[in-house]
Design a protein around this ligand. Structure first.
Ligand SMILES: *Cc1c(COP(=O)(O)O)cnc(C)c1O
Length: 389
């Protein structure tokens, strides 16, 4: 038997989450964000399950080309655009859409002899990461509308705090600036007409701020079934986790009072204990900062992680869980144990945990809806194929 850790990807959950996204944003087109190997879910599995979306967005040019070569006809948006004129040629060849956020890209576009490029032009409304400053935006826009290589311009921006307190000042300020630049005459009427498509909303804004939906929404996290909010769970939002990170107990130790566990001996038994060693560590993507007390699901029971997470293993307290034995299946996160909870314990966000699942963790997919019930002892889903990432 090979090492038992596995990321089980539920394509039906991905489809379900896409349909929930449509319910939140009924009038917008959906650009499914599948960057970072589809947040760790496997690019091609996610794209297959999310083919009902109206477009795909990512940052990796090779992955975008793979998608095109696999036959996807959707608009494919590269969220950081192109980095050289050589890359720009590939955008034309593979009919990719570029986010244009920097003057250098505008210059590369003026020298290019390509045709029929679609672009998303990014305004910096306060995130201060990518995008043209509000003051320069109308001039850049005007210049690009005169560029014969460009067919279609969608105006976009990105929120820094859509997931924080509702209607927070920063969010309101960003939206106000966007509206000012795009709607209130800062652009000439002719230009306004050619930039009539807008794109603003990530998952948090899709759920919370319908006024941001406009023409294209850009959901990422919610498609994978995690909540962007601290005070609302994915289940509250109607979402289902698409990844289940599973492994098994590969050894059991019996501790006496005073015995210590793992590197640094940071955990010490205050009574006799039975502990299980799980084949999952930080080299698999499990967070090393998850402290003692972080929940691990075994036989539908929440056991607590104890001691330090090491590179390849972690340790759980199974003193009370008498039914747990060698080879018992373990759920690190997934249905019944939201990844958001693990992220919270580890002082990070679910985004980081999902996309950190490492290459050595194989992905298993089922193409049918086979219900996985953690209550049934976390059986491995039956009709799966296991593949490398
Ligand atoms: C990653 C990303 C998204 C998706 O954000 P979520 O919070 O995962 O929904 C949307 N837009 C841009 C520009 C992004 O980089």
């Amino acid at each position: 038997m090979s090492r038992p850790i596995l990321a089980y990807i539920d394509q039906a959950a991905l489809k379900h989450n896409l349909s929930i996204t449509r319910q939140y944003a009924t009038d917008a087109r959906i650009m499914a964000v599948i960057k970072a190997n589809a947040y760790g879910h496997g690019l091609m599995y996610a794209a297959h399950a999310l083919q009902g979306a109206d477009g795909f967005a990512l940052l990796e040019l090779d992955a975008a080309i793979d998608l095109r070569n696999a036959g996807y006809k959707h608009p494919i948006l590269l969220l950081e655009g192109f980095f050289s004129t050589q890359e720009l040629a590939l955008f034309e060849k593979y009919r990719l859409t570029a986010v244009i956020h920097h003057a250098e890209q505008v210059a590369m576009l003026s020298n290019c002899r390509h045709r029929e490029l679609n672009i998303f032009l990014k305004i910096n409304t306060g995130m201060n990461r990518l995008g043209f400053p509000v003051e320069h935006f109308p001039a850049v826009f005007e210049r690009l509308t005169r560029n014969p290589a460009i067919t279609d311009i969608t105006i976009m921006s990105h929120f820094a705090t859509a997931d924080e307190a509702k209607e927070n000042d920063n969010f309101k300020q960003q939206l106000r600036l966007f509206n000012q630049v795009t709607q209130t005459g800062a652009l000439s009427p002719r230009i306004q007409n050619s930039g009539r498509y807008h794109s603003l909303a990530n998952s948090a804004a899709i759920i919370r701020y319908p006024e941001t939906h406009r023409d294209w929404v850009r959901p990422g996290l919610m498609l994978y079934g995690a909540s962007p909010f601290i005070n609302q769970s994915a289940a509250d939002l109607g979402l289902e986790p698409a990844m289940m990170l599973t492994s098994k107990i590969i050894a059991i130790q019996h501790l006496k009072k005073g015995d210590k566990v793992g590197y640094g001996c940071s955990f010490q038994a205050d009574k006799s204990m039975r502990i299980g060693i799980v084949a999952c560590g930080y080299a698999d993507g499990y967070p090393r900062h998850a402290p003692t007390g972080t929940p691990v699901l075994i036989n539908n029971r929440r056991c607590r992680l104890i001691g330090k997470v090491s590179m390849d293993m972690l340790t759980v307290d199974i003193t009370e869980a008498v039914d747990v034995q060698l080879n018992s299946p373990v759920i690190l996160w997934g249905k019944g144990l939201p990844v958001e909870e693990i992220a919270h314990h580890a002082g990070t966000v679910s985004y980081e945990l999902l996309c950190a699942v490492s290459k050595r963790v194989k992905i298993a997919v089922n193409h049918e809806r086979t219900p996985i019930d953690p209550a049934s002892g976390a059986q491995r889903p039956s009709c799966t194929s296991t593949v490398d990432r």
